[in-house]
Design a protein. Sequence first.
Length: 198
Amino acid sequence: MRLLVLCLLGTSAAFAQVSFGLRGGVPLTDFYHVVSNPGATFESGSTRFILGPTIEVHLPAGFGIEADALYRHFSYNASATLVDTLVNSKANSAWEFPLLIKYRVPSPVVRPFLDAGFAFDRWSGVKQITNAVGLTKSDVSGVNTGVVLGGGLELKLPFIKISPEIRFTRWGAKNISDLGGVLHLNQNQAEFLIGLTF
């Protein structure tokens, strides 16, 4: 039995091809939203793009495994007063790491595809300053996980493949929630992405 499994894995690896390139696009939903709080102020200056490297291992029967590392820059400045407490929060960047199983419908030039998997979101650069009796300052970072579903078309040209896609992610937690209750990440995230792979 073990020998059969090893032979199947070896055969799959022998026929597997690897492609790599860039994937980028724009969010179709806001990355975060402001919670109504009369004692809070909020300013945002986020860029509206997502960009990063992508790699895919092509398997037989139209299947593949894709991994991306997508960067987005977001910035906010939030302040809130809670009784005798002043909270000031800032943030600046997040990396998203989707790991997907992809299926392509067989076709010579334009191939529709579906993908599904998981994503890990690593955000950093969040600074929180609290002033209540004394002054405390903390640098906060964190990780969130989510489920990803997507679909699109792959256009196969002589030296490059172009693949526009709509991708939806449902994050498991509102992973930035500042102490003043001003800001939460949007758990439902939709993106329009284009991949350029070789």
